[in-house]
Design a protein around this ligand. Structure first.
Ligand code: CA
Length: 337
């Protein structure tokens, strides 16, 4: 639809817009060009989008309802009609959100550090662990948007560091859909409070033991809410050497518990985490260093040197960070034990 604007009545645009001088009294302009001139976005489309999001939000708050109501998938029955999940995908694209649920509950896994027991080696296609938290919801492994462990890894797993202690409620997994989707089977979702890759004493609490073939994309509800920082998906049984663990995206949902007091008051003596992104604060007492980390929104660990009184706050630990031993240092955090 075209609209007609009056060049002599700029007040209708609050006087903010200098219309083109060669425009005639009843010149025609498209909606888009006028809206662009006055700096307005398309309100109608925005309103529709807002209402779609609000509707979807009501539907998906309970997790499984997303699948049942929007995709029409009922166990044992074939879905009728078109692929209704496309509706969700369109919403995700129009809102720029990785997952629609992000509008209400943040996906705690998004762009967080991730690593695996091994990485499938094929130079032309990335199978890196980061692909599972990259917000790319494609499910074709050949597009390099999925993670996959290596062949002959008979106990494959992937870990995501949520960079904070959360009460985890459910996990949405996007399986590979182009081929070999049956390889995602019989896995365990474990939650750890301390880093299972750096702390041999780390113990898991089970979110869910999933039996059988997972199928395509789906949401897994924890048996009960589990508190922890590290989410591990582990496939303890492999059927053959090619039975790799492949996932294309993992979304983790949960809440900050009311009490976020750290569990690491005592510290680990004689060790420190070499994290290149750490912020350094010279001449601090150990107590102050500890409290600086506790009071920070992003700090998940601290190194303290009792000799030099140097305090290092760690906010972005990476799987590639290394651990060093030195009696001058004390580490506070969930990465070491
Ligand atoms: Ca992905």
């Amino acid at each position: 639809m075209d609209i007609v604007f009056n060049n002599n009545e700029q007040s209708c645009c609050n006087g903010d817009v200098a219309l083109q001088e060669d425009a005639s009294y009843t010149g025609h302009a498209t909606n888009e060009s006028v809206l662009q001139q006055i700096g307005e976005k398309q309100e109608l489309l925005q309103t529709i989008s807002r209402r779609q999001i609000a509707f979807t939000g009501h539907v998906i708050r309970k997790g499984r309802l997303e699948e049942l109501c929007l995709s029409g998938r009922v166990q044992g029955k074939k879905a009728t009609g078109g692929q209704k999940l496309l509706y969700l995908n369109q919403l995700k694209e129009s809102t720029g959100q990785c997952a629609i649920r992000d509008l209400w509950d943040a996906n705690l896994a998004l762009n967080k550090p991730a690593w695996m027991s091994s990485v499938y080696a094929r130079a032309s296609v990335s199978s890196a662990a980061e692909n599972s938290v990259d917000c790319h919801l494609g499910t074709n492994w050949f597009h390099g948007v999925c993670s996959s462990t290596a062949e002959n890894d008979r106990s494959p797993w992937i870990v995501i560091d949520l960079l904070g202690q959360y009460e985890v409620h459910n996990v949405t997994i996007y399986n590979r859909e182009d081929d070999f989707s049956e390889r995602l089977h019989d896995f365990v979702i474990e939650i750890y409070r301390t880093n299972p890759s750096r702390c041999s004493e780390a113990s898991a609490v089970i979110c869910k033991v999933y039996s059988g073939v997972f199928g395509l994309t789906g949401n897994v509800q924890c048996e009960s809410a589990v508190l922890g920082r590290f989410v591990r998906i582990w496939k303890p049984t492999t059927l053959n050497y090619q039975d790799v663990l492949t996932v294309c995206e993992i979304e983790v949902y949960g809440i900050r518990p009311d009490s976020c007091a750290p569990t690491w008051h005592q510290g680990v003596r004689g060790k420190y985490l070499l994290s290149p992104g750490a912020a350094t604060f010279p001449q601090q007492s150990m107590v102050t260093c500890f409290h600086l980390c506790v009071m920070s929104e992003t700090c998940v660990g601290a190194n303290y040197n009792g000799g030099s009184n140097e305090c290092q706050l760690i906010s972005q630990p990476k799987p590639t960070d290394t651990v060093s031993s030195n009696q001058d240092w004390v580490f506070f955090g969930d990465d070491l034990c």
